[in-house]
Design a protein around this ligand. Structure first.
Ligand code: 1CP
Length: 349
């Protein structure tokens, strides 16, 4: 049985346009908060396959999305490369010893060894595969990784950043070191995604959340080409597994015709016009997105946007989603409203 979400990613005509939400498993759901409390903290939850699988399933049952996204975090890769990740309450992720030199990089664990350590992720996927198959429905499971650039920003800054000054200092004054870091991370992501596919995911998404920090003329050199390299590797082994690329905030890169590569779906962020993206990319790639996530605070604003997106895309070569992740204070009722409005306009019975 082929899954509608997978078919839609591959550009086949489907009965309706599937919908899911980035960050759909998370803090806006009281049920998520309960499982996280039970696990102790966020990282312990990522390390507990039964619990991670259960929060992956929650948005299917609670908000009715058409695809599940594996519950884990992009930062488990640098953690397993030896960077000692912690989450400080109210402050977000922290690495105690950020990368400043080649010697720092040389101390990290590389490709196969690092990907071998992520067994808790593969175990979560195996549990989910079994559960989704038992449900007998058509729900696809999305696996994911961070883009090498986005991962490198945390590895170099040691935390989230507004200015990216340490990464950018490296980009302009020691590009060779930044490329060495990006190459090393790319190797781990390739093997990690391969292992996720072997464990049972149906679709791959690569999140380049901090793409907009790079000036457009440098975006290919420092990020996109590494993402494309990951796609080439995965497509050579698994041509039927769709790949979604989500570089956030790269409107000028799209406009100037910079997008290329062997992948299936381009995730359009909320700051980019869907009509422009369709014009530039719609023939070559299926488009995903792109409601501004804050529209979820108001049901009328949500309906307006869903209808406008449907008018632009006409139910073809499109996957409904937000243009970035759902925020923790969105009412669950409004998330359900978004999903049901997408399903209404696209005629899901
Ligand atoms: O308090 C908590 O419970 C932790 C909050 C949280 C959650 C629910 C974090 C910490 N990560 C996650 C899960 C997560 N992270 C998923 C789960 C699956 C789903 O989407 O439902 C996914 C896909 C991610 C991916 C992720 N983590 C990204 C890329 C996507 C995006 O939103 O841009 C990024 C940048 C991260 C880093 C990260 N992890 C957590 C936080 C708070 C952050 C962002 C920190 C920052 O702004 O720099």
């Amino acid at each position: 049985m082929s899954k509608i979400f997978v078919d839609a990613c591959l550009g086949k005509e489907t009965e309706y346009t599937p919908v899911w939400m980035m960050r759909q498993a998370g803090r806006y759901l009281p049920e998520y908060m309960a499982v996280r409390a039970d696990a102790g903290d966020f990282l312990s939850l990522c390390h507990a396959p039964q619990k991670a699988a259960s929060v992956t399933i929650q948005p299917l049952d609670i908000v009715g999305v058409d695809a599940a996204i594996l519950f884990t975090d992009i930062l488990v890769i640098p953690d397993e490369m030896g960077m000692d990740l912690s989450f400080v309450k109210g402050e977000g992720p922290k690495f105690s010893d950020p990368l400043t030199s080649q010697a720092d990089l040389d101390r990290l664990i590389g490709g196969k060894e690092a990907s071998d350590k992520l067994t808790y992720v593969y175990d979560t996927i195996k549990l989910l595969r079994k559960e989704l198959d038992e449900r007998g429905d058509e729900i696809a499971l999305i696996g994911f990784a961070g883009a090498p650039w986005t991962l490198a920003t945390y590895m170099i800054e040691g935390q989230g950043t507004k200015t990216y000054n340490l990464c950018k200092k490296m980009m302009y004054s020691n590009p060779e070191l930044l490329h060495n870091i990006l190459r090393e991370v790319t190797e781990v992501v390739k093997l990690y995604m391969e292992r996720q596919i072997e464990a049972g995911i149906d679709v791959v998404q690569i999140f380049d959340s901090w793409a907009a920090a790079i000036e457009p003329s440098k975006y290919d050199e420092f990020s996109w080409k590494y993402m494309v390299e990951i796609c080439d590797y995965l497509k050579s082994k698994y041509p039927n597994i769709p790949i979604i690329m989500f570089p956030k905030g790269v409107t000028p890169f799209i406009e100037r015709g910079g997008v290329y590569g062997n992948f299936d779906v381009f995730g359009v962020d909320w700051g980019t016009s869907m009509a422009m993206a369709k014009d530039k990319l719609g023939d070559k790639y299926v488009l995903q997105g792109n409601m501004e996530p804050c529209r979820l605070y108001d049901q009328k604003a949500t309906t307006e946007c869903v209808e406008a997106l449907h008018d632009i895309m006409g139910g073809k070569r499109h996957i409904f989603n937000l243009g970035h992740g759902i925020l923790p204070d969105v009412p669950v009722e409004n998330a359900k409203h978004f999903v049901s409005e997408c399903q209404r306009v696209s005629g899901k019975k």
